[in-house]
Design a protein. Structure first.
Ligand code: PLP
Length: 417
């Protein structure tokens, strides 16, 4: 590991890194297995659907019969084991894709049951309040959530809540920026069985952000009716420049497509003048890139643990998403860590992150990201609100060497060796 000396600076820290690396062989082997399964699934889909250079071409105007767009959607559906998919540069973010699906599936008087605790921050304003007419609650949709129990989904409480036969039961696969565990595919399968048994009419919807390709199956392959995510996270492979996807049951996809564009028009329009090449290439590379970020996260957990921190998840825990959390000792350490991550980025390495107020947060937030694609969190980034217990969230990494260098440099800056 001598090539990391420039980042670690200190031979003692390098020895710690070596020890951290030596004990994660089994985790790396598991990641390689999942990667191989996913990579073969993706390659098989490209071959079966006869992807050709003509599909990468740009389109203009309405984009009727756009061959690139149609092929890309068929490809995502195939890879995700879903019957149908919408994959669009015009879905501006993961939140937009999730909101589009929710507004497409829910109507006045319906109930939305969120089964995995409090949703991801950006969904709070989608759920909204009765006094905001453009939100779910404002449109007369009832919202309930089931608190997390000991880090996991409370299945007994879920079984009870299913008695009201909610129109949509929603799960969040990733831990997000919370302290709960991520859902594994086995967890999702178990929840899907429960929902289908107790309330067969309910639609099971999964927020799949940060979860794609972390396991050999996706939620729609184990009973989810529909799922959505961001293309500047896992499935864009670091190359997709923007966009979101929604995949699942054709009847639901049709309804959602009328919300996405317009009733009557649905999925038939949508051009992309920049061309689809990065989407095809990104999906092709995604299993590999997700494996790189998982390797980076496992190493991070291993070395932070040896350095005396208590990372979550631990290096040998099963992961259902790419997020790694760790509590720092104080504000200074938090900032020093983020600055080292920034300094070891390929882009904006010279920038110095400063804590700043952020809309939606009560405390100042510090963020490190030196990404090719602005806001892309399949590229390495680290962020934290400045408040006890000083939890830092680290995610992504197109190449795991960058993650290792950044974390070693960060540990050095934090005064650990
Ligand atoms: C990132 C994320 C979102 C929102 O995605 P954006 O692209 O940031 O809007 C929603 N849910 C989870 C779990 C996420 O990780």
């Amino acid at each position: 590991m001598d090539y990391f000396l420039q980042a670690a600076k200190d031979p003692a820290l390098l020895a710690l890194a070596q020890e951290a690396e030596a004990r994660i062989g089994q985790e790396y082997a598991q990641i390689e297995n999942i990667k191989a399964a996913n990579q073969m699934k993706v390659l098989a889909a490209f071959r079966r659907l006869r992807v050709a250079p003509s599909h990468f071409a740009p389109s203009y105007g309405y984009g009727y019969d756009d061959p690139g767009r149609e092929k890309l959607e068929a490809l995502f559906a195939e890879v995700f084991g879903a019957q149908d998919a919408l994959v669009r540069p015009g879905l501006a973010s993961g939140t937009h894709a999730l909101a589009c699906a929710l507004f497409g599936m829910l109507g006045k008087g319906d109930e939305l049951l969120f089964a995995t605790g409090t949703p991801y921050d950006t969904l709070h304003s989608v759920i909204g309040s009765e006094s905001e007419p453009y939100t779910l609650k404002g449109m007369g949709i009832t919202y309930k959530e089931i608190p997390i129990k000991d880090g996991n989904t409370d299945l007994a409480a879920l079984a009870e809540a299913l008695k009201s036969a909610p129109r949509v039961v929603m799960l969040q696969r990733s831990r997000g920026y919370a302290t709960r565990n991520s859902l594994t595919i086995a967890d999702i399968e178990k929840i899907a069985e429960l929902v289908k048994r107790q309330s067969p009419q309910s639609i099971l919807f999964v927020d799949n952000c940060y979860g794609e390709f972390t396991d050999a199956k996706e939620p729609c392959e184990v009973g989810a009716d529909i799922m959505a995510g961001s293309l500047i996270k896992n499935p864009g492979g670091g190359l997709a420049p923007t966009g979101g996807y929604i995949a699942g049951r054709p009847d639901l996809i049709e309804r959602i497509s009328y919300r996405m564009t317009s009733p009557g028009i649905g999925r038939e329009v949508g051009s992309y003048a920049a061309g689809y090449l990065p989407y095809f290439q990104g999906l092709y590379l995604a299993p590999h890139v997700v494996a790189e970020s998982l390797k980076g996260a496992v190493f991070t957990a291993s070395v932070l643990d040896l350095a005396g921190f208590a990372p979550s998840p631990r290096y040998n825990e099963k992961r259902g998403c790419i997020i790694q959390a760790v509590n720092m000792e104080n504000e200074n350490q938090l900032c020093a860590f983020c600055r080292a991550v920034q300094a070891w980025s390929p882009v904006d390495s010279f920038a110095r992150p400063e804590p700043a107020p952020m809309p939606g947060y009560e405390d100042p937030v510090i963020m490190a990201a030196g990404a090719f694609i602005q806001g892309s969190s399949i590229e390495l980034s680290a962020d934290a609100p400045l408040r006890p217990p000083y939890t830092l969230f680290i995610q992504g990494g197109l190449v795991c060497e960058q993650v290792k260098a950044a974390v070693l440099a960060a540990l050095h800056e934090c005064g650990h060796s």
